[in-house]
Design a protein around this ligand. Structure first.
Ligand code: SF4
Ligand code: SF4
Length: 261
């Protein structure tokens, strides 16, 4: 998902899809391009992608971040992103690709499950909302676009179990937008605040440890129902992490985080 300026929206490549627009597509092992799309990618992972993948692999967040991603700061950006490392082979295949297909298929990233639709996020200053825009944009070599199966963006999202992913990515973009202005001040992007924001975004095990095994609960009052929820559900914990980032970096109050007197 890219942050898109409203003025640039009609200059983008691909066919913009509105809610009820129809596109034709079908991917199956019989296509001549089978698996060609899973190589040499700039595959940025969103925070919820990282949770699903590291849980699928049964490894810790630290290990996932060490072994599977590069952390990159794009020019003009103030918050790092994580890019899935492709294999070191000549073909630079995705580390999860096998001849039989994707080994993490039930937990594949949002970008993979939404493909051949590409998503973008547009901020509407009038309503103060971040809205999703979608483009049908298969690469030229993708023969799935020659097939006759018809979809709307919604029926495609349902078919790919992408709803939760799409919602979580949009929630992340509501926070991500706030980083457009440099929030780090004299600390810079390697300072204490930036490290905390990165952990709360991409290291769910670290966030859980911070909340339950530091002085956090002595300093902040969290309802017992919230504590239970975020202890057992990583998605709820990530959403709590987004609230924490807003509070910690910008002082935006949250009903869930009360400073103890
Ligand atoms: S390139 Fe398109 S049709 Fe071919 S495997 Fe990938 S998604 Fe399927
Ligand atoms: S995660 Fe799966 S679907 Fe996505 S690029 Fe890798 S192999 Fe392909």
């Amino acid at each position: 998902m890219k942050q898109i300026d409203l003025n640039d929206i009609n200059k983008l490549l691909g066919i913009r899809l509105e809610k009820n627009d129809i596109f034709k597509f079908r991917c199956h092992p019989g296509v001549s391009c089978f698996n060609l799309c899973c190589r040499n990618l700039n595959l940025f992972l969103y925070p919820y992608d990282v949770i699903r993948l590291k849980n699928n692999l049964g490894i810790s967040s630290d290990r996932f971040l060490d072994d599977y991603v590069d952390v990159v700061l794009r020019p003009g950006s103030h918050f790092p992103e994580v890019l899935l490392k492709m294999s070191g082979t000549e073909e630079k295949t995705c580390p999860f690709l096998t001849p039989g297909g994707c080994t993490v298929y039930p937990d594949r990233p949002d970008t993979c499950r939404t493909f051949p639709i590409e998503q973008g996020a547009v901020y509407d200053a009038k309503t103060d909302n971040v809205n999703r825009v979608q483009f049908f944009r298969p690469p030229d070599f993708c023969r799935g676009q020659d097939e006759e199966t018809e979809w709307t963006p919604q029926t495609w999202a349902n078919d790919q179990n992408a709803e939760t992913y799409n919602k979580m990515t949009l929630r992340w973009y509501e926070i991500r937008r706030l980083f457009e202005d440099n929030p780090w001040g004299h600390e810079g992007p390697d300072g204490r605040k930036a490290k905390m924001a990165f952990m709360a975004t991409y290291n769910i095990d670290g966030l859980k440890d911070f909340i339950f095994n530091s002085t956090f609960l002595k300093r902040f009052k969290l309802k017992s129902s919230t504590q239970k929820r975020i202890k057992k559900d990583d998605k709820a914990l990530l959403l709590f992490g987004f609230e924490w980032i807003k509070f910690y970096i910008w002082g935006i109050q949250s009903k869930e985080i009360i400073v103890k007197k």
